[in-house]
Design a protein around this ligand. Structure first.
Ligand SMILES: *[C@@H]1O[C@H](CO)[C@@H](O)[C@H](O)[C@H]1NC(C)=O
Ligand SMILES: *[C@@H]1O[C@H](CO)[C@@H](O)[C@H](O)[C@H]1NC(C)=O
Ligand SMILES: *[C@@H]1O[C@H](CO)[C@@H](O)[C@H](O)[C@H]1NC(C)=O
Ligand SMILES: *[C@@H]1O[C@H](CO)[C@@H](O)[C@H](O)[C@H]1NC(C)=O
Length: 467
């Protein structure tokens, strides 16, 4: 079963890379026509950081050869056709950077070189490099172990709320396990009054839903934070406690909330802009009682998308995003707190982590530490025009400080156990559900937009991961 999926997945890649060139390459190359792996990040004939200008060539074949013959490892190339204004024939390579986040663009060809691995870093820290070949952990697959090995999803699982016979939309949910009774607790962001995700800046609240099993159906038991509250992350602290971080603004009253009818948002609903304050609250067990919220990041016009892990000694490592809407989208900054218990120690690094990640950047991080002690994060990998086929991203780090953005980790097409397949119009806000060991990923949850009358109805999809 799993092998079938692997073959299929490689086959899908093959379809997109059918235009093989005349020459035989010494290494395997994944060639993708009409794709740009340096989108919006690079000036003509200029090298910047790990993106090197390799010269001007009439053919993509020559650009590919140039990439392969670099002394330092060139992981991918991007070649502009001779008719591409401003970049005629120009060839760029990503040197010692695996990043694969190709944006669909006519007149540009990209290719990814499938080099033998040299160390576990070349296997995205998701496997072991043995004799030049990555042996991927069960949750990951493909050449560099950077694609999630997702299984068929059961439509009766996840968080798919109905109220009064009408869908209530939700947008992803972090899940933690109660160490005492073994139940699983999800904290989805839910759009109140049957609206869709477009109403989020006003209608969103955070709820608490429970399942007996990690891959089950999560049932809402209560409201956790009233509107406006959004983008919760819930993790275990060093003492095993439950810790929630989220973005919120208190409504003086609920009059500005939109009223909708089928889980989607009519154009008449014009949710205003809110400001965002990032809070933290704790509880010995997920069922509470939860402590009085404290502010960890002050009120700001944009939301932080805060994601974090806490080390055994109480030091926190996390990501915040800075929104540069209209120019380069959502850009990630490292956060560090000497002690997670002391809000005055939370510091955001002024430099962004991946300045050369193609526009429009990445958002919705979820960070975790794996069984080997390496750091990872999954993301909503963003594209202009909401292109969704590469919508899941992955980054990895041996120390939580030096991070590599690997790029595509999953897409928006999901296969279900009933034999159907569905292409979600958006799939964002990913989180993992872990086994009781805390390090084996069992499932991916995400906000999944399926439609409704006004296109933005969504629910929290749970898709099992091979384990
Ligand atoms: C590249 O194209 C230009 C213009 O069509 C031509 O003059 C030149 O000879 C070509 N170069 C090679 C190496 O084919
Ligand atoms: C708004 O509605 C929520 C229910 O979702 C409630 O918990 C909250 O107290 C209300 N806020 C105000 C200010 O009335
Ligand atoms: C939504 O309905 C409530 C009454 O149920 C009303 O008070 C509120 O003003 C309505 N919201 C909008 C934006 O019209
Ligand atoms: C905790 O450990 C990390 C990693 O070893 C270290 O960087 C940090 O300074 C330590 N924090 C404290 C409070 O000792």
């Amino acid at each position: 079963m799993h092998n079938m999926k692997k073959i299929l997945c490689i086959f899908l890649y093959c379809i997109t890379s059918f235009n093989t060139f005349a020459h035989d390459s010494p290494v395997k190359v994944l060639r993708v026509p009409n794709a740009n792996n340096v989108y919006g990040r690079i000036d003509p004939k200029t090298s910047k950081g790990s993106v090197h200008y390799l010269g001007t060539f009439n053919t993509t074949e020559e650009c590919e050869k140039e990439c392969i013959k670099q002394v330092e490892r060139c992981w991918s190339y991007t070649h502009h056709s001779s008719k591409f204004t401003g970049y005629e024939g120009q060839c760029f390579g990503r040197i010692e950077e695996l990043l694969w986040s190709p944006m669909k663009e006519m007149g540009i060809n990209s290719g990814r070189i499938l080099w033998p691995c040299r160390s576990n870093l070349d296997c995205s820290l998701n496997g072991e490099c043995l004799d030049g070949m990555c042996k991927c952990d069960q949750a990951w697959m493909l050449h560099n172990c950077d694609e999630l090995n997702l299984l068929k999803a059961d439509k009766n699982t996840g968080y798919k709320q109905m109220d009064d016979g009408v869908p209530t939309s939700s947008w992803g949910g972090p899940v933690i396990r109660d160490p005492v009774d073994g139940t699983y607790h999800m904290f989805p962001a839910e759009m109140t009054r049957h609206c869709g995700i477009n109403s989020w800046t006003v209608n969103s609240r955070i709820v608490h839903a429970v399942s007996e099993t990690p891959l089950g159906k999560y049932k809402r038991i209560q409201e956790q934070q009233p509107p406006f509250a959004h983008e919760p992350d819930v993790i275990n602290g060093p003492r095993g406690e439950a810790i929630m971080y989220w973005s919120a603004m208190e409504h003086k009253n609920n009059d500005t909330l939109c009223n909708c009818s089928d889980g989607s948002t009519p154009p008449s609903c014009k949710p205003g802009l809110v400001t965002f304050t990032t809070y933290m609250s704790m509880a010995a067990r997920p069922k509470g009682p939860w402590s009085e919220p404290v502010v960890v990041f002050p009120t700001a016009p944009g939301d932080n998308n805060f994601a974090m892990v806490i080390l055994k000694n109480g030091t926190l490592i996390g990501f915040n995003r800075v929104g540069k809407w209209g120019t380069s989208g959502s850009r990630i900054h490292l956060v560090r707190a000497e002690s997670y218990l002391d809000p005055s120690t939370y510091k955001q690094n002024p430099d962004e982590l991946w300045p050369l990640l193609p526009a429009a950047g990445t958002e919705d991080p979820f960070m975790y530490i794996d069984k080997r002690g390496n750091f990872h994060a999954i993301f909503h990998n963003m594209y202009p025009n909401d292109i969704q086929e590469n919508c899941g991203g992955h980054a990895y780090s041996p120390d939580g400080i030096n991070w590599q953005y690997g790029g595509r980790a999953f897409g928006n097409k999901v296969q279900f156990t009933d034999g159907t397949e569905f292409e979600f119009t958006r799939r964002e806000r990913p989180h993992f559900v872990f086994d009781k060991d805390g390090v084996t990923p069992l499932a991916l949850t995400s906000g999944a937009q399926y439609g409704g009358k006004y296109n933005d109805a969504c629910y929290t999809l749970l898709q099992p991961i091979n384990h």
